[in-house]
Design a protein around this ligand. Structure first.
Ligand code: I3P
Length: 432
């Protein structure tokens, strides 16, 4: 990585190459060599990493020694961890060529696919492979999208700043710090605050906000030059073989806006102004199986599953959502941007719970000084996105859940014989 800004250490004598910041990998290697020359083996602590799909991040162990956070160390395929004396002895006997071979194998398409599937950040939403561990503790790297970078730059000066991940600039990285590096892999990333950094075994939920998930410009492009997407047709028939029209079946393709509108209507996006994209529980199990989670009851059920065993989470979420809503209402950034495909990331653990706004790749400044209220009905050309409809419904649903929990806690325990009747009364209430 070339993002590390620590000054180079000694060794640059006269005639040496010009000084440049030492990369993380170089720093680790130098440390390893220095320790080896002192007769000690290098201690690199492997860290557990989680991810959110959407976006945010790795859970850090409170490591005091050097920590390598590259994908491969996180995956456990780099040999830079602490070894027992016996392991160390066996390891040293390995033929020198084995590492080369391993690198070749790891860079085959098969292994890359395998690696993607096992990627410990288990993205809950968004495009696969966009994230990696950051060079500094408490940060993650997200592939740079210029529109998103622009948003972060403005957001860092807006009242919304406390509710978005801290933006720490962009960095250039060589992929595969711990293994083969090819110069073509140089990619620019946004360095962002790791939102999960302060949590222990967190539960994470990504909710995409707004009644619309495609940009007006995507719609205009599709109208001008319709492009059929076979992949979207396939995704559509996987859920509902009856969904495509006869024509779409014949062409085996659908346009992107057509697919996106369909996705909005089979989920809660069109009706509630948000949908669940993915949930990861504290045991590390994650699910993205929410494409048809549509009704209020289904949402409540999913939120109950998500917060089960963490009674402090719901009130904290309500408080934070209310603060977010109040801040959105006075934010200059918010009134001047069409916010599409952006998510709220819900994170809680045993002690804490919080929510952040994330993903701004499809958040665009409105044309000609236009302003929107984010709650009016969308008609083509007015750029309304329904963001506040989503937030208001989230607050209402969590508040209802809390009210039910509170009244259930206040109810005297019914005698055993009346439990069934009481329970059925309750469920009737639930359905109203
Ligand atoms: C994807 C989802 C993404 C969208 C992506 C869709 O559908 O709607 O938000 O990316 O479009 O395929 P699904 O969730 O059903 O898999 P953008 O928001 O970035 O447009 P894409 O395939 O063109 O990236």
């Amino acid at each position: 990585m070339t993002s590390d800004v620590r000054p180079p250490t000694s060794g640059a004598g006269p005639g040496a190459a010009p000084l440049r910041p030492r990369s993380l990998m170089e720093t680790l290697l130098v440390a390893k060599m220095e320790q080896a020359s002192l007769g000690r083996s290098s201690v690199l602590v492997r860290m557990d990493s989680t991810d959110s799909t959407s976006s945010m991040s790795s859970t850090l162990s409170s490591a005091s020694s050097d920590v390598c956070r590259c994908d491969d160390c996180l995956l456990g395929i780099a040999d830079l961890y602490t070894f027992s004396a016996a392991e160390e002895a066996t390891r040293r006997k390995k033929p020198s060529g084995w590492r080369k071979l391993r690198n070749i194998v790891q860079w085959t398409p098969f292994f890359q696919t395998y690696k993607k599937q096992r990627y410990p950040w288990v993205q809950l939403a968004g495009h696969q492979g966009n994230f990696k561990a950051g060079p500094e503790q408490g940060t993650i790297l997200k592939k740079l999208c210029p529109k998103e970078e622009l948003c972060f730059k403005v957001l860092m000066k807006d009242v919304l700043r406390p509710y978005v991940p801290e933006y720490k600039g962009s960095v250039t990285c060589e992929d595969g710090d711990c293994i083969l590096t090819t110069p073509q892999d140089n990619t620019v990333y946004l360095q962002l605050q790791d939102l999960l950094g302060d949590f222990t075994s967190p539960c994470v939920m990504d909710c995409k906000i707004g009644v619309r998930t495609y940009l007006e410009e995507e719609l205009a492009k599709a109208k001008e030059k319709p492009k059929l997407r076979k992949d979207m047709y396939e995704k559509m028939i996987q859920i509902d073989p009856e969904a495509p029209t006869e024509e779409e079946h014949r062409l085996k393709g659908v346009t992107k806006p057509r697919y996106m509108v369909w996705r909005e209507t089979i989920s809660s996006t069109a009706t509630l102004g948000f949908r669940i994209e993915g949930i990861r529980k504290s045991d590390g199990k994650s699910s993205k199986d929410f494409k048809t989670t549509k009704t209020r009851e289904q949402i409540v059920q999913a939120f109950r599953d998500f917060t089960e065993g963490f009674p402090h989470a719901v009130p904290k979420y309500i408080q934070r959502l209310k603060a977010i809503k109040a801040t959105l209402e006075v934010s200059h950034f918010f009134s001047t941007h069409e916010v599409i495909g952006s998510s709220l990331l819900f994170v809680h653990d045993k002690y804490n719970a919080s929510v952040w706004l994330i993903d701004f790749a499809k958040t665009l400044v409105l044309p000609n000084g236009m302003m929107i209220d984010h709650a009016s009905k969308w008609i083509v050309g007015n750029h309304e996105d329904g963001y506040l409809i989503g937030i208001s419904n989230l607050i209402a649903i969590f508040t209802e859940m809390q009210a039910k929990d509170n009244s259930a806690a206040l109810l005297p325990s019914p005698p055993v014989t009346t439990v069934v009747t009481a329970a059925s009364d309750m469920s009737e209430d639930d359905n109203t």
